[in-house]
Design a protein around this ligand. Structure first.
Ligand code: CA
Length: 294
């Protein structure tokens, strides 16, 4: 088992930093502050962070082939023009459920956008994982979800990994890349429920290993999904670790998002970098992040 320590590279003081995505085209890390309804783009080389206000909670941001950003928000899927900051609605599959919002999302290797929801009350089974197709139609991929979170696809496009956080598991599905169909759900990693440390966002590396953020756990864990074995751990100096992705010019840096939300004043005194963006060289490269094909 390997151990690393992540370094804070940007003290963003996010309420709920999430959904990092390495935007290779601009050399910037896209990320969101869900609770503040903000999209961010951090240039790690300069430390400059650009911000767009969405006007509602935003669970994830993905660049699109046409050059804008696609968001999954409390008001459904939206497009953000990064030049003007204008936000335009696309579609809202849970429009009749104002107490639901979109949470984490990511594009599959064929450019479909997968994003899941959660209810404010975390009602068990009330949420779903949706797919926004490049033709802008929306379908349900997984039903009876509670808090939809991390997503990852294997390099061979044959496996889809998924976290519904209250299950304390990472599940795998068989993935059919041509159609985007998922089947044969099974558990590949399980976490103890003690301390309410939940698996949150995740990414996959070029060696087919999952890097899973542990919310309240103060670390990212590296798991081999084929054997269900923990191979390594990246420690952070704050408890609420939310998600991670590989980035940088050669995809050799693990970038990690964190949160301040719900921490008491004394905890914030002990965790001054909570809500920041962290980085760590873990000796392995990631896979290029897919963008939305529509
Ligand atoms: Ca999350």
């Amino acid at each position: 088992m390997r151990h690393w320590t992540a370094e804070c590279i940007y003290r963003g003081e996010a309420a709920l930093g999430e959904a990092p995505h390495w935007h290779a085209e601009s050399g910037r890390l896209l990320w969101v502050d869900i609770e503040r309804g903000e999209v961010h783009a951090l240039d790690p080389a300069t430390g400059e962070d650009q911000r767009w206000e969405v006007g509602t909670e935003v669970g994830c941001v993905l660049p699109s082939r046409r050059g804008d950003f696609v968001l999954a928000t409390r008001n459904g899927f939206q497009r953000l023009d990064p030049e003007t900051g204008a936000v335009a609605p696309l579609s809202d599959p849970e429009a009749g459920q104002p107490n639901h919002r979109f949470n984490d999302g990511k594009c599959d290797p064929r450019g479909r956008l997968w994003a899941g929801t959660m209810s404010d009350a975390r009602t068990p089974g009330a949420a779903k994982l949706y797919v926004l197709e490049p033709d802008l139609s929306v379908r349900v991929a997984v039903s009876e979800v509670t808090t939809s979170n991390g997503l990852a696809w294997s390099q061979d496009e044959r496996s889809f990994y998924y976290v519904d956080s209250p299950t304390f598991r990472v599940d795998a599905f068989d993935f059919e890349p041509e159609t985007g169909a998922v089947s044969n759900r099974r558990s590949v990693a399980e976490f103890p429920s003690e301390g309410n440390v939940k698996p949150d966002g995740m990414t996959i590396d070029a060696d087919d290993r999952l890097w899973i953020a542990l919310f309240r756990g103060g670390r990212v864990t590296c798991v081999d999904p084929h054997r269900g074995v923990e191979l390594g751990s990246v420690a952070l100096p704050c408890a609420k670790v939310t998600s991670c992705c590989f980035g940088g010019p050669d995809l050799a840096t693990l970038y990690i998002t964190t949160a301040r939300t719900g921490l008491a004043a004394a905890e914030l005194d002990d965790q001054p970098d909570a809500g920041g963006i962290f980085a760590c060289d873990v000796g392995v490269r990631g896979l290029p992040a897919a963008i939305f094909a529509g």
